[in-house]
Design a binder for this molecule. Structure first.
Ligand SMILES: [Fe+2]
Ligand SMILES: [Fe+2]
Length: 347
């Protein structure tokens, strides 16, 4: 994994947002602007019935609501007091209902996957969904063709294969018992570096960010597909009734992460990435195939054996994650290759 010595270290990436075409402020009068104002003044009743202008406005608004549930307190300050305000709850459930309608419609194309009511069928369905887009074109392009700046921009938006995974796993295990509880606990402990502070996955990601001087991309500069992908974790983590879907979505992430991380490592080798970039992706390339297998066999299987009606819902959560993820990678790939083509034709 040591980079070839003859390659010069890549230069730091430019600090501009990767998606220059994305508006960097919310539109005046947007629901997001109104929500931020309401949280500042406490007038959250004014949010009742207020519509989102479009999908982008919906996800920016929902992400701000999810922050009240899951973001570090120092980031959200006193606004956290409005987490359960009836005006915020009304907005949240209304926007989520629209979104869940769209996700349900995407599931209509899943065919026989919806019949996964036994552990064996659920396992096969999970693997089938994972295989559907295990290696999106974006990762193959990253491994073979992308320049260094494109790699850094890609990783800045990708946020690692499992951004925020530790808190999601801890939320997902609430109320479980037996084998599923133990599997999620084992997974969580791996996220915690098995007790070694220097090996905690968020710390490894921080080290990666420092090593490649990765820009922080604010939500305001993200494409709508990235906002939806980020919001899916919030949707699942703040709706207890979606626990089966959450189990599926997190399991899918584990099933797909290993091969994707190996392609990131190929890009690092090809471009002579600094050593500090490696540990985060090496860890996930090695550990996530086991995480995926164990999640299916030790968490999904026993749960579906106990509760057959959870099977199709677990697979549906995997499908949701897969669908949202694929849209994100397609948008990212199109944008970054377009930028690369423009640079080539200007050269
Ligand atoms: Fe991780
Ligand atoms: Fe993992």
């Amino acid at each position: 994994m040591t980079p070839p010595v003859e390659l010069a270290p890549p230069p730091p990436a430019p600090t501009g947002p990767p998606f220059a075409a994305v508006p960097t402020t919310s539109a005046p009068g947007s629901l997001h602007v109104r929500l931020v104002g309401a949280l500042a003044t406490g007038d959250c009743d004014a949010l009742r019935g207020a519509p989102a202008l479009d999908r982008r406005d919906r996800f920016l608004s929902l992400l701000s609501v999810y922050d009240l549930h899951t973001a570090p307190l120092e980031q959200i300050g006193d606004t956290v007091r409005f987490q359960g305000h009836p005006g915020v709850a009304e907005l949240k459930s209304r926007l989520e209902a629209e979104w869940l309608g769209e996700l349900e419609r995407s599931w209509q194309g899943a065919g026989r996957l919806a019949e996964a009511t036994t552990p064996e069928r659920a396992a096969a369905a999970m693997r089938s969904v994972a295989a559907r887009d295990r290696l999106p074109a974006a990762y193959k392009w990253l491994a073979k063709d992308a320049g260094w700046f494109e790699v850094v921009d890609f990783l800045a938006l990708e946020g690692g294969p499992d951004g925020g995974f530790d808190d999601l796993v801890s939320t997902c295990q609430i109320g479980l018992s037996g084998s599923a509880k133990l599997e999620l606990a084992q997974n969580y402990w791996d996220e915690m570096g098995n007790g070694d502070p220097a090996a905690v996955h968020t710390r490894l990601h921080d080290d990666l960010v420092a090593a490649v001087q990765m820009p922080q991309v604010p939500r305001s500069a993200m494409p709508v597909e990235a906002l939806e992908r980020a919001a899916l974790g919030g949707l699942l983590a703040t709706n207890r009734w979606l626990q089966p879907e959450m189990l599926g979505a997190l399991g899918l992430l584990e099933l797909q992460a290993g091969p994707r991380c190996r392609l990131v490592l190929q890009a690092f080798d090809r471009l002579g990435a600094p050593e500090g970039a490696y540990p985060f992706y090496v860890e996930h390339a090695e550990v996530d195939p086991r995480h995926g297998k164990d999640w299916v066999e030790k968490a999904v299987g026993p749960l579906v054996a106990e509760r057959p009606d959870w099977g199709p819902r677990i697979v549906k959560g995997a499908w949701w994650r897969s669908t949202v993820n694929l849209a994100f990678f397609q948008a990212l790939h199109a944008h970054l290759t377009e930028g690369q083509n423009q640079e080539n034709s200007a050269a």
